[in-house]
Design a protein around this ligand. Structure first.
Ligand code: S6P
Ligand code: ZN
Length: 185
């Protein structure tokens, strides 16, 4: 199939990618195994809390094509651990990704057989996530949403098991004096 030229636009008002055709919402109940202090008797209202939203522009999942999306992570924490994405690796491990900060203040956690790294995600700052590095984003501003743009090869696939089998070495918690602190897994 031939992909024709098209345009998208970062919508700073609605916190979405204009022109996207795939929208998802991830709630606390979708992240049960991922938070350190998960309460198995959590109340329904808390379970329904939205943690992040993604709007993605789909293209054919063929080599050479690029996917793009906007992720909005809402401000908040669960028992002190900041709102974050599930995190994943790419099924095609060689596939790289770029994140560009649009609004707010976050951290991108990255982990591979070469160790753990993190980078600050700020407006205008671009982070290159090489192939083979699992990645998770954390909103470390307790007052404001975090918005970032991602672009990656359309044939990458998602490997969510990767971060279950091999959890990130550090978690990010709210801290009253420093803003945030790392806790070893
Ligand atoms: C895709 C890219 C992002 C994330 C999104 C949600 O390769 O890394 O679009 O999908 O930020 O995170 P997650 O871990 O739930 O897919
Ligand atoms: Zn990715």
């Amino acid at each position: 199939m031939t992909q024709l030229p098209f345009v998208t636009r970062i919508d700073n008002v609605n916190h979405t990618l204009e022109g996207a055709d795939n929208f998802s919402e991830t709630r606390l109940k979708d992240m049960r195994s991922l938070y350190r202090y998960w309460n198995s008797n959590e109340d329904d209202a808390t379970l329904e809390t939205i943690v992040y939203r993604v709007s993605r522009k789909d293209v054919p999942t063929e080599p050479g094509e690029l996917l793009q999306c906007i992720t909005e992570i809402l401000p908040g924490d669960y028992h002190g651990e900041f709102f974050m994405t599930k995190g994943h690796g790419h099924k095609q491990r060689e596939c790289t990704e770029i994140y560009l900060g649009i609004a707010g203040y976050g951290l991108v956690l990255m982990q591979s057989e070469n160790g753990f790294r993190f980078e600050e995600l700020l407006p205008g700052r671009a982070i290159y996530i090489p192939g083979g590095w699992n990645h998770r984003t954390v909103n470390i501003d307790p007052q404001q949403y975090l918005l970032f743009y991602s672009i990656w090869p359309a044939n990458s696939g998602y490997d969510y098991e990767a971060v279950i089998k091999n959890p990130f070495q550090y978690r990010v918690f709210r801290d009253t004096t420093q803003g945030y602190r790392f806790e070893e897994r």
